[in-house]
Design a protein around this ligand. Structure first.
Ligand SMILES: [Zn+2]
Length: 83
């Protein structure tokens, strides 16, 4: 699909997100990479490897945790604004 603002082509999953931002600031909005879009997904929907990446980036110690529920709880406890 093509963005109606900047004429760049994006996949269907990215285009609504992109267009919303592009409309507000087309000149300053760079092409969104799919990997970055993934980082924005809800923490509850993440897999264990993804949760571990989030924990690592936020310096959250999940060393002894193996279950998704436990890792998720640790991240949420450490990130008050975790969306
Ligand atoms: Zn655009």
């Amino acid at each position: 699909m093509k963005c109606q603002h900047c004429d760049e082509t994006f996949s269907d999953s990215v285009i609504p997100y992109h267009e919303e931002r592009c409309e507000q600031n087309p000149a300053n909005f760079p092409v969104e990479r799919e990997e970055e879009k993934d980082i924005d997904k809800k923490i509850e929907d993440m897999t264990i490897p993804e949760l571990k990446v989030v924990a690592e980036k936020n310096n959250i110690d999940i060393g002894g945790l193996a279950k998704k529920d436990e890792i998720l709880a640790a991240i949420l406890a450490a990130k008050p604004n975790g969306d």
